[in-house]
Ligand binder design. Structure first.
Ligand code: LMR
Length: 314
């Protein structure tokens, strides 16, 4: 069977850790790309290091590093982590101008070298960047999507498990909306061992956990000081790559192009989708309560505003 070809653009912490998880799960052969310059050899160095770990870890993926997009030609999946991360005191939106330009040039290359790829955007501000990737590649909307819902939901599940002292495996949850302070947790989709979370955690304490989840990225930025989170973002990305290359039909939240779904007209925001070999195969529409719908609309408005600002910057 032909192995999937997975290209990862940006060989920094998120990109190289994504390469690590994808290799360890033998999801395919991996090409790690970064720009030429002072650290031009870095993708080759990281790729070789990951290859040398493979006999110990027991994976057979081929991992190569390059500065040349020609080496990514014909990729099945392209993960874009390129762009600058935020530093303490910054919001994701502060990265808009710089990362929109980087995303533009990266996506021109993807369009030229891997016209049939499915593109997973990881760079921030996420919802605007995935919109930009869609505009520049011109790929069908179902082949361009953004990672964030899996990450945000993972953070929420982690905090709930920590609160209750139970396995993370028993915590099910779903968050919708943009990747930011306006993300919307769905109480009706949050349970622990099948028990609705409202029966286990008091409303005011749950609100604190939700607030910590919303600020989960900033908490890590504040601790690391030199950049942003990478283990959890990379794990979330690898789960999405797996859903695509193994056609798993995972029902997970992603930033997907909504064309009327949830009343959103023609742009990207976090919603539950079925993810498989065709990319976003279906958006799953749920009945939201009035307060969830209001929270979602607020989140959509924030994303839309950012996309409009971006249009004036690129
Ligand atoms: C995250 O949530 O960890 C990422 O979006 C990075 C960031 O800037 O917080």
């Amino acid at each position: 069977m032909r192995r999937a070809k997975i290209s990862i653009i940006g060989a920094g912490n998120v990109g190289s850790t994504t390469a690590h998880w994808c290799a360890a799960a033998e999801l395919g052969d991996i090409v790690l790309v970064d720009i030429p310059g002072d650290f031009a050899d870095m993708p080759r160095g990281k790729a070789l290091d990951l290859m040398q770990a493979s006999p110990v870890m027991g994976y057979d993926s081929s991992i190569t590093g390059t500065n040349d997009y020609a080496d990514t030609a014909g990729s099945d999946v392209v993960v874009v982590t390129a762009g600058i991360p935020r530093k303490p005191g910054m919001s994701r939106d502060d990265l808009l101008g710089t990362n929109a330009k980087i995303m533009g040039s990266v996506c021109e290359q993807i369009k030229a070298t891997s016209p049939d790829a499915i593109v997973i955007v990881v760079s921030n501000p996420l919802d605007a960047m995935v919109q930009r990737a869609h505009q520049v590649t011109g790929f069908p909307a179902q082949r361009v999507l953004g990672q964030a819902g899996v990450l945000d939901t993972a953070r929420y599940r982690t905090f709930l498990a920590m609160e209750l002292g139970v396995s993370v495996e028993d915590v099910s949850a779903l968050l919708m909306g943009g990747h930011g302070d306006t993300m919307v947790p769905l109480a009706s989709c949050t349970s622990v061992g099948g028990i609705p979370v409202s029966q286990l955690i008091k409303a005011d304490r749950l609100e604190e956990i939700i607030d910590r989840t919303r600020k989960g990225g900033a908490e890590i930025v504040g601790l690391l000081k030199t950049g942003s989170a990478y283990y959890a973002p990379a794990a979330a990305t690898a789960q999405m790559v797996e859903a695509i290359v193994r056609d798993k039909k995972r029902l997970i939240p992603c930033a997907a192009y909504c064309d009327k779904e949830y009343g959103v007209g023609g742009f990207y925001v976090g919603v539950p989708v079925v993810l498989g070999s065709a990319g976003v195969e279906r958006i799953v529409e749920l009945e939201l309560t009035d307060s969830e719908q209001a929270g979602f609309q607020k989140s959509v408005d924030a994303v839309q505003e950012l996309v409009e600002v971006m249009a004036g910057l690129v």
